[in-house]
Structure formats: C-alpha cells, structure tokens
Design a protein around this ligand. Structure first.
Ligand code: ARG
Ligand code: ZN
Length: 853
C-alpha cells in the first residue's frame, strides 16, 4: 500500500487547503461477516453529487483493504486504486455505491480500525481508522446515518444507536443521528453486562450497560454510578439530555488511548473504566469518574456538534476537557481539582509548548493527525475556554453555549463558529482573543509593583519565546485574577480580573492604608509563566494567609522550588524557615487533609529541571535527585517526633469509600507513611501492607517500602496475589522502575522487558514499563545514556507493531535541549537511530523529525 521511498518525508496536510467533499452521503449500510483473519465488509452507500461542488473528484479513503468487488447502482465497476484509497467514475445524479472488502482484524496490532483484543472484536476509528474498515470519505465533515448488520457466532454483537433486530448468528443496529465515520463502532465477543438505567429530565428511560469480559463484572458498579452522575450533571448544568434509548460502554484491554466517544457505544481502555476497592487506587477512581464523564459529555460536544476537519480537534476536546473538569470540581473539591490540573499542565503541556513539538491549540499542519492528540490540544484547549469564561462571565458563558447548541446542532464546525457564538451572545470582539488558538508557546508575564500615597500599581509585561515556525508573537488577551492582602493577612481587595491586552500595561488600586501583598493569577486564571521578584518570606506569608486556595498552594509550591533550586545550585542546606512552615501546616488539623497532602508533595524533579533551564542553568539530573533525597530525609527528621501521631491521626478507619474526603485523608496518610518509612526501617509500612484491604493503602505501603529498598518480600507477595489481574500488574511493573535509584533504573526496566508478562502488544503494559522509565527523571537521564538507549530500542521494536503508541512515547525525548551537551549528543544519536529505521511509520517519522529539526 505504501509505495513511497523508505523514510521519505510523508505528505503534509494544511488547514488552508480545506475543501468540502463534493458529495452528500445520504445513508450508509454496512454488513460485517466476522472472521478473525478474513472479515468481509459489505458497504452500501448512497451518494448525491453536490450541485455547487468546487471539486467533484470521487475519492474514497481506504487502507489495508482487499477490494473484492465494487458496484454502482447494481452494475460492477472498475475502481482505480490510488495512494491512500480509490477513485471511480460516477454518475452526476444520486447513486448507490456498493463495495465488498476483506480485512484481517487478528493481524491488526496497530489497534486502529477493526482489531481483536483477547479474542474480542472491537474498533477504534478516530481519527482516520474507518478507512481501514471500508472505502469511505473518511473525514469528519461527511455525516450520515448508519445501519449495521453483524453476522457471526459471537454471543454479543454491538454497534452504534439502537438495536433493530437480532437472531441466531446476526444482529442489526440503526443509529438515527447523522455522524462522521470516526464515531462508528462495532464490538463482538463473549461479554457480560453490568446493567443500569437513567430517566432523562423529559422522562425518557435510557438503558445503560457496561460490557466486560466474564470475571470483570465486579468492577463495573463505580463506573455505572459515574455515568449516571454525568448524565444528570449535563442536564443540570448545560441543559443537555441524552438522545438514544441505549447507552453502552465496553471495556477493552488493548487500547491506544484512554477511551472513545463512539455514538451510543463508548469503548474504553479497561484501565479507565474497571474499578474496585481491592484493585484500584483513589487516583484511579477519580480518573475513571472523569473519563466516563468526558466520553459521555462528548455526546453533545463532539458528536451532535462535531469538527469540520481535524485541525479543529480542540473544538471538541478542549471543550469536553473543560466540561469534565467542571464536573470533577462539582463532584469532589474545586481547589484540589484545579491544583491537580495545573500540576499536570505544567508537567505535560508546558514542556511541549516550550520545546520542538510546540504547536498552537489549533494546529495548521500535520502529517499524522494521531500525533496531535496532545496536552496542548486537550489541556491548553481547555485552559483557553476557562479564560474565555472568565472574560465574559458565567452568565454570558452559558448564554453563548446555549446559542452554540441551538445554532450548530448536527453540524461539523470550526473555531471561528465557536468564537462567533461568543461574539454574538456578548457583543464582545474576540479577534485578539483568537490568537490563543493560533499562537504556540507559553507567554511569560513579568510583574512589577509600586506603592505611593495609598495607590498601588501593578505593571505587567508579556512576551512569548518564539516556538518553531512562529517567529512573531503579538500580545494576547490575558485574564489575570488579582486580590490584595494587608500585611496582617486580611484581604483588602477581593479577586478582580485584570485584562492584560497590551505588551506592557499597568493597573492601579487606590485608597490602601499600607503597601499590600498581592495575590496574582488566582485560580491560575491563565496558562502563563508568571515572573515576579519576591521573597521567600512573602511566599510563606501567602502560604499562610491567601484566601485563594490555589494561590496558597502555589506559594508553597514556589517556595519548595526555590529551596530545591538553591540546594542544587549552591549546595545549600534545606531552608529552615520553609521546613518550619511545612511542619506547622502538616500538624494543623484545621486544614483540609487533601490540601496538606498537596503541599507536602514535592515538585517533580523534571519540574525543577525545567525551572533551572528557564533561569539559564543546565540542569544536572543527579544533583536534582540528590537534593530531593536530602530534602525529604531532612523533613522526615524534622517531623520525627510527630510522625507516629500524625500517621495514626490520618489513618482512615472503616470500610473503604472512594470519595474525595477519604481520598484526601489517605493521600495525606500516604505522604506521612513515606516519611515515616525513612526513619523506622519500614516497620509501619510493612504493617500497613499486611493489613490493607484496599489498593490505595496496599499500594502506598508497597511504594514506601520499595522506595526505601525494604520491599522485596512485599513486592513478591504482591506479584503472587495479583499476577492474574492485568491492571494491577501494570502497577507492579511501573512501581519497580519508578522506585529504582538512578543508576539501576534502566537495568530494572530492561529486566522487566524480559519478564514473561511483558508484552509489546498491550499498550498499557508497554507504557507501564517504558513510561515509568521515562518518568524516572534521574534514571532516564542517567549519565551512562542507558535509559535513552533502552527506550530507543524498544520504540524501534514497537514501531512495526503499533505506530501510534510508539509515536506518542517518543515525546519522552522532547525536553532534550534542556540538558548538557553530552546528554544532548546521546539523545541525538538515539533519535537519529530511530529515524534511520527502515519502514519507520509515518507517525514516528513525524515526531522524531520535529524533535530533530
Ligand atoms: N476522542 C477520544 C477522547 O478524547 C480520543 C481518541 C483518540 N484516539 C486516537 N487514536 N487518536 O476521548
Ligand atoms: Zn475527548
């Protein structure tokens, strides 16, 4: 199929080249005759030429298909097979296209199109996988109703929409809502369902099911509750109701991403839906609830209103991430969710935006669209919506959203359509705001202050370092939420949103009795890097007094970073005042345990590396590691006398409930246990391991022990207990690498790739090992270069099996220019080695070339 020269640069697609398809698709009827190696797919598609088409070339996408026959209006025709699909001469009036193709799901290890996972048939079509199922105009602006007949001897055979009939060896489905092909889904296999039901606000009864492999029935109850909560929340907050009689979720073990919002038939990576107290941690529960909500919310933001083309991906993803974050904030704790999201944004999106893979939330070119399911499109896309909401206010936000659903239901839309509803609903000109969608890079905002005669002035200066291909940066609209505190800790000005629109701009506050302490960028009101000269005592003051919980945490986080940076650069001892502040906070039972746990969690070592790099230093991963160890050890010693009491006081008794309250307490308890384990030789952790009746506590104990190199027996026991549970085994694989010392990290990971339960074919398992390697900062970047080498070798091996997962994991190298020239040379060698691999996938080729350019 691919007759391009080996590793020649693949074709690039551009936003500016968009042209509508020249035909309407009136209806699609598909018949599948399932067979692992030879599934036949018959398609009957009614096309009508558009009268006003600028281009009436009849081109259907198709990849890895064997064409058996093609007919137009019942008469056999000869189609011309061309690169990436076929062409055919067709009538200028409405006609019925029929094709029969054969595909090989069992050989499909790329997990895109129709494939098999543990003997079960399933599909993943977003973004461009439908073309591996049959010939079709596989683009999101082509929408049609689908009727599907599945023939086979699988006990359960599902597709989108509502069931319309079933018998011995067949099942039929009809989806009345026109949809693009990327939302098509089919699942068939030996599955059992966990049933549920939901009555919509207009009184419609919806049947709900979570389908799993026999044996997993006991892990569905939490997901089902999350689904019902999501359905109710979307009605209450956005007025959006579900629109079919049935909603199915299926859990699949082999899946490239988290989950997929196929109409009426969501398909989930089993790690994102299966949950039980014995096998899932609090973090797993929270994530599962959020992903179920995310996919459900796509039914409106994605499915009813979809994207015109893949450049507009953030139209549905940014909005849906924003909505699922609102949901989690409502179900759990708003400040905790915000802090978690900012930690993740800084860990994943900021490095992307500051490195060779930088792209705007709406990219303007790509080679492989699967490479653009990124933190920038998703998380920064959501941040952009958060800023928009802050600028127009809540009422206007919901007014604009109502208009969006009213005006664009059933359409495939663009970012321009999206911004237009805000302009029409509010009368506001958003042309400058739109730069957020077209400019890459994280803006730096420099702040200076002045105080005289009761007037306080804040001056902001914005600039964005130029990312690849985007030299000039016009100033953006940046909402900066600010509050002012008096020196005694009272809030003298409540939060106000300042709109920074110029490159440099000042704002004044009058009538102040004394120079205030500013709390800037409350709630992290914009995804920027704030630069301000301040002191550690002012940070400590904000950590103690700020009324904005996000900024209280932020002050503590900034302090933690300063202390680490000083330790790394000057070999300083951990700052005593900071240790005292932490001690005070940990022991303050008035404070929310979740908040205390967050303040006690150190900034990541990668984050310290990034901070050093931003300040013009070359980070030394080993020194950063040593500073982290010294700091934690010193903190443990400082707290020594109170740790046993704190441990006891934060231990959650009684049956495990995965709610926010319990999770917060357990998070704090786990932090304390890890400190205690540094002093007591692992006694308490061993006791906790032995008595734990839930994974959160079992895992926390194991992690504390392994980090202290005291967990050999428990690690063995854990393996014995859980070897038949794939998801728990992923934790076991990852934890050994995460806890390894820098000099043994690569060797530990390498050994685990030899383990009988390691597999290249299961993305979760591959990620557990290679993701943990890349995530162990000092280990991955160890001076030997062994980490780089091991990852590159495994990516090369995976590429021919699963290009999508390979390409995603290549991003582990994206920060390479932060480091010293020796490490850079080592990484460059590995990247060049990957690029030189024969028959390298388009996916990996694009990622590696961008990183090398
Ligand atoms: N739309 C899915 C989600 O956000 C992601 C699917 C992406 N899959 C892919 N192969 N690129 O939930
Ligand atoms: Zn999504």
């Amino acid at each position: 199929m691919n007759d391009a020269a080996p590793n020649a640069a693949p074709q690039t697609f551009y936003l500016k080249d968009y042209k509508p398809f020249g035909y309407e698709v009136e209806s699609v009827k598909l018949t599948f005759q399932l067979s692992p190696n030879a599934t036949k797919v018959h398609s009957a598609i009614r096309f009508t030429p558009k009268a006003d088409a600028e281009d009436n070339r009849f081109f259907l996408h198709g990849e890895q298909l064997s064409l058996i026959s093609a007919k137009i209006d019942g008469t056999p025709v000869t189609a011309r097979l061309v690169d990436g699909g076929l062409e055919c001469d067709v009538p200028r009036t409405s006609f019925l296209w029929e094709a029969e193709v054969e595909i090989d799901p069992a050989a499909n290890t790329a997990l895109e199109g129709l494939y098999m996972s543990n003997g079960m048939y399933c599909t993943q079509c977003e973004a461009e996988g439908f073309r591996k199922i049959t010939y079709y105009p596989d683009r999101p602006d082509v929408m049609s109703t689908f009727t599907v007949r599945i023939e086979g001897d699988e006990p359960v055979m599902l597709s989108n929409g509502n069931p319309t009939g079933a018998g011995e060896g067949w099942a039929e489905w009809h989806d009345p809502w026109p949809k693009p092909a990327y939302l098509f889904a089919l699942v068939a296999g030996d599955l059992v369902n966990h049933p549920g039901s939901f009555t919509t606000k207009s009184g419609k009864e919806v049947e709900l099911n979570i389908w799993v492999r026999p044996g997993d029935e006991g892990k569905c109850a939490f997901g089902m509750e999350a689904l019902k909560k999501s359905m109710k929340w979307d009605e209450d907050v956005y007025g959006l109701e579900y629109d079919l009689d049935l909603f199915n979720i299926v859990a699949v073990d082999d899946f490239n991403m988290g989950a997929m919002e196929n109409k009426g038939l969501n398909i989930f990576n089993s790690s994102c839906v299966l949950a039980s107290p014995e096998t899932s941690t609090d973090a797993n529960f929270e994530r599962i609830e959020a992903i179920i909500a995310h996919e459900y919310f796509h039914n409106w933001t994605g499915n009813r209103i979809t994207c015109r083309d893949w450049f507009q991906l953030c139209l549905k993803e940014g909005l849906t991430v924003f909505r699922d974050a609102q949901f989690t904030a409502d179900m759990r704790s708003e400040p905790v969710k915000r802090i978690e999201d900012v930690i993740a944004l800084r860990a994943r999106q900021f490095p992307e935006d500051g490195g060779p893979l930088a792209h705007p939330p709406r990219p303007e070119e790509f080679q492989e669209i699967n490479n653009f399911y990124t933190a920038t499109v998703y998380e920064k896309g959501a941040e952009v919506i958060g800023m928009l909401k802050r600028l127009v206010g809540d009422d206007n936000y919901y007014k604009a959203l109502n208009l969006y659903f009213e005006r664009h239901d059933g359409q495939a839309c663009t970012i321009e359509d999206w911004l237009k509803v805000f302009e029409d609903a509010t009368g506001r000109d958003l042309s400058q705001f739109k730069l957020w969608y077209s400019q890459a890079g994280t803006p730096r905002v420099k702040v200076s202050e002045e105080y005289a005669d009761g007037t306080y002035t804040l001056t902001f200066e914005q600039s964005t370092p130029p990312p690849p291909g985007q030299p000039e940066k016009a100033p953006r609209v940046i909402p900066i939420a600010v509050g002012l505190l008096s020196p005694n800790g009272d809030e003298v000005r409540a939060t106000e949103v300042l709109e920074l629109t110029e490159a440099k701009q000042s704002f004044t506050f009058d009538g102040l009795a004394s120079k205030p302490v500013p709390s800037i960028l409350r709630e992290f009101s914009a995804p920027v890097i704030l630069e301000r000269e301040t002191t550690n005592s002012e940070r400590a003051f904000l950590l103690a007094h700020d009324t904005d919980p996000f900024n209280r945490w932020e002050a503590g986080n900034a302090l933690a970073k300063e202390v680490r940076v000083a330790m790394v650069l000057d070999g300083a001892a951990p700052d005593a005042a900071y240790l005292d502040a932490l001690e005070k906070l940990v022991r303050d039972d008035e404070q929310d345990p979740a908040f205390r746990a967050l303040v006690l969690s150190p900034p990541s070592q990668s984050d310290i590396a990034q901070t050093l790099h931003e300040r013009g230093h070359t980070p030394d991963p080993q020194k950063i590691y040593d500073a982290a160890e010294t700091f934690t050890q010193t903190l443990a010693q400082q707290l020594e006398t109170s740790l046993p009491r704190l441990y006891a006081a934060t231990t959650v008794e009684g049956p495990y409930v995965p709610d926010a309250d319990g999770a917060g307490k357990r998070a704090l308890n786990s932090r304390i246990l890890s400190l205690l384990t540094r002093l007591d030789g692992g006694e308490q952790a061993a006791r906790q391991y032995a008595s734990a009746d839930n994974m959160t506590q079992q895992y926390a104990a194991l992690a504390a022990l392994m980090k202290a190199e005291k967990g050999e027996a428990q690690s063995k026991a854990f393996f014995e207990q859980w070897q038949d549970d794939r998801l728990v085994m992923d934790k076991w694989f990852a934890l050994q690498i995460a806890c390894a010392a820098p000099e043994t990290t690569a060797a530990t990971a390498k050994e685990l790739t030899q383990h009988p339960l390691f597999s290249m074919k299961n993305p979760n398992r591959f990620r557990a090992v290679m993701g943990a390697l890349a995530g162990n900062h000092a280990g991955f970047h160890h001076a030997s270069g062994a980490g780089y080498q091991l990852l590159a070798e495994n990516l090369i091996a995976l590429d021919s099996v699963n290009p999508q997962t390979t390409a995603r994991m290549c991003a582990a190298f994206q920060t390479w220019k932060r480091y010293d020239s020796k490490r850079q040379a080592q990484i460059q060698t590995e990247l060049e080695r990957i690029l030189a691999t024969s028959d390298l996938s388009r996916d990996t080729h694009e990622m590696v070339s961008r990183m090398l350019s």
